[in-house]
Design a protein around this ligand. Structure first.
Ligand SMILES: Nc1ncnc2c1ncn2[C@@H]1O[C@H](COP(=O)(O)OP(=O)(O)OP(=O)(O)O)[C@@H](O)[C@H]1O
Ligand SMILES: [Mg+2]
Length: 417
């Protein structure tokens, strides 16, 4: 049985508090994770539950045998994809236990939680400045992959952020940002595409993380401002606890092809976690994903923040249509999560309009949103790229049909029960 401490930066705190102890045991093929809140934490006036499902109760021992014995909220801070590869490379290994990954990964994990013994090592994480990173971008030969940007920064242990694309946390304009680069399977234009989508999402009324686009020697990066950490006036880094949509759905429901992996389940679970006022915003995000052809809207690409008053939807992130080498965007037939209660993920206007009702949005309002957002995307797509100093890319492929002919309003009345 191995044990780790679990730390949290409580709302408003500049230092971490030990919340409890996590142990991982069981026997081969049947891991068992156990968590108990600590006595001092239980006596803390500002204590919060680490989640609203597996670790909701302060008393007793929480247990899980799912997914290697890791509680879902701990999986959110465990690096994967690019960050995990980089950690392996740095430590010259080909695999590590989950607990070692949590211990040795960089202190830039999403949110305000760390599962480790050496909390000081996490607190000592100092991001590189964006200027240093730009310097590396200038030095690299065009043939060198984007992963080199991270490996050239010797001080950088890795990144604990999830996701497949090369990324690092940088200090930019006095705050923390994520610099994201095209992955090995992506067209080099993918950071520009992400920048365009995120910028347009904000213009289309979505609460999207702030983005900038930079390019050095033909190599593009999108900078995404971190919404879970900020440097306060005294220069201290504040953190906000985060749960992914996968955690909110529960890992089993969040898995690919699970029938409950829908926007409506996510919205319903969020309600149970105390989230309010998120229904229309989630529908807009779903609609926007259809309009720009982002079919990679999996549950880890949605998030929630534990603010002072409770859980809320985080700003939107990772809105980007997958574009393989060659730069030809692919038509997206289905989103990664169901648009309708029955799991139908078809990326089309009919489903969006049917879903609107389930999300409490009027038919006229939903139609207007689709028209306006579609027009905005197509009007601004080229100009925004030019303003960023880039050659315009082909606009998203999705064509918005003339809906009144396809689905007159009475269809809703027929489905209303
Ligand atoms: N602005 C942000 N602030 C804080 N955390 C963020 C932000 N954007 C993303 N994250 C966290 O970092 C993770 C990775 O980011 P992102 O999803 O953008 O990367 P990616 O490599 O494109 O992912 P994927 O493999 O899904 O395509 C997210 O799952 C989320 O936990
Ligand atoms: Mg992602």
């Amino acid at each position: 049985m191995s044990r780790k401490s679990v730390w949290i930066w409580l709302p408003g705190a500049t230092e971490p508090t030990m919340a409890g102890r996590f142990s991982l045991g069981g026997y081969p093929g049947r891991p068992l994770g156990e968590f108990q809140y600590g006595e001092a934490y239980l006596a803390h006036s500002g204590r919060i539950s680490l989640d609203q499902r597996q670790l909701l109760r302060f008393k007793g021992t929480a247990r899980t045998t799912d997914y290697g014995g890791l509680f879902d909220i701990f999986r959110d801070v465990r690096p994967e994809g690019f960050g995990l590869d980089m950690l392996y490379r740095r430590r010259a290994v080909t695999s590590m236990s989950d607990l070692d990954v949590l211990e040795y990964s960089a202190g830039d994990a999403v949110g305000a939680l760390e599962v480790c013994d050496d909390i000081q090592a996490k607190m000592d994480f100092v991001p590189e400045s964006s200027q240093t990173m730009f310097g590396v971008m200038e030095e690299l030969e065009p043939s060198q992959s984007n992963a080199h940007i991270a490996t050239r920064l010797e001080r950088l242990p890795s990144t604990s952020l999830g996701g497949e694309r090369p990324k690092i946390t940088v200090l930019h304009k006095g705050q923390l940002w994520i610099a994201k680069f095209a992955g090995s399977k992506d067209d080099p234009s993918s950071p520009l595409r992400e920048y365009l989508c995120m910028t347009l999402a904000a213009m289309a009324g979505i609460d999207a993380a702030q983005v900038e686009f930079v390019q050095r020697r033909g190599r593009g990066a999108v900078l995404v401002k971190r919404f879970d950490r900020w440097i306060d006036a005294a220069g201290k880094c504040r953190r906000m606890h985060f749960a992914s949509g996968a955690t909110m759905l529960g890992a089993a429901t969040a898995s690919r092809d699970a029938p409950g992996r829908t926007y409506l389940s996510l919205a319903g679970n969020a309600l149970r976690w105390g989230v309010a006022g998120h229904m229309a915003e989630l529908w807009r995000r779903m609609a926007f994903n259809v309009l720009v052809g982002n079919g990679d809207d999996h549950p880890r690409n949605h998030g929630f923040l534990r603010r002072e008053g409770g859980w809320q939807l985080s700003p939107a992130y990772d809105i980007a249509p997958y574009t393989p080498h060659g730069g030809q965007a692919l038509e997206v037939k289905a989103l990664s999560m169901g648009l309708l209660r029955n799991g139908d993920a078809g990326a089309n206007a009919d489903n969006l309009l049917l879903a609107a009702r389930q999300f409490g949005i009027g038919y006229g309002e939903a139609n207007d949103y689709l028209d306006n957002a579609y027009q905005l995307i197509h009007e601004k797509w080229g100009g925004l790229a030019k303003d960023a100093g880039e050659t315009p890319l082909a606009p998203p492929l999705f064509k918005l049909p003339v809906r009144p002919e396809r689905m007159p309003e009475p269809v809703w009345q027929k489905t209303r029960r």
